[in-house]
Design a protein around this ligand. Sequence first.
Ligand code: FES
Length: 200
Amino acid sequence: MRDSPGGPAPVAWPGRRTVLTLALGVGVGLPLARLGGAQDSSARGARPQPNDRFVLAAGERKGRLITLADLPSGGAPLTAYPKDATSGVVRDDSRLNQILLVRLDPRALDRDTSARAVDGIVAYSAVCTHTGCDAWDWQPASSTVKCPCHFSEFDLKASARVLNGPASRRLPALPVKVADGLPVVAGAFIGRPGFESGGG
Ligand code: FES
C-alpha cells in the first residue's frame, strides 16, 4: 500500500452496484461454505479410502506425509492417519482411523498378509480390539505388537492374529500399495475397526 502525499489515501466508498454484488456474494457464499464444511467433516470421519496417503498421527511431525524412507525394514511401526490425496483432508475425526504402518521382511509374511502388502509394508488398525487402547509395545524379534493395557499380543506377519491375551479378534488389516513413490491405501479395512465394549 502507498500513502498519498498529504497522508493516507482516502478509502473509496463502494458504489451501489458493488454493495449489491457483495451482498449477493455473501448470501450465496454462506451456504456453500457450510456445505464445504459438512463435506470436510464427513471426509474427516470416513474410513480410509483407496489412494489415501498416510500422515503421522502424533508427535512433533504430526500431519507430515509418510514416505517409504520413513519405513525401514524392521523399524518400529508408525501410527498414521489416512489423508485424501485430492482434497488434502486428513481423516482424523475418528480415533478408529488410526493405522499402524510397518515394514517387515517380505519373506516372513504369511500368504494373506503378503497379498495385502507391498515391499514388506503392512498396515493394520491401531486400536486394540479388546477395549480400545491405542499405544503399543513393539517386539522386533517376533514382528509382534503387545498392547500395554491388558497385554494382548498380535502377530503382524500373520494378519495380526491374536497370540496372547484377552483380545478375541485380530487387528483389521488395511491393504497397501505404492503410488507416486509413497505408501498408499489400496483398499478398505478387512474387518471392522473397533473393540469389544463401546467401540462400535
Ligand atoms: S485394550 Fe488391549 S489388551 Fe485390553
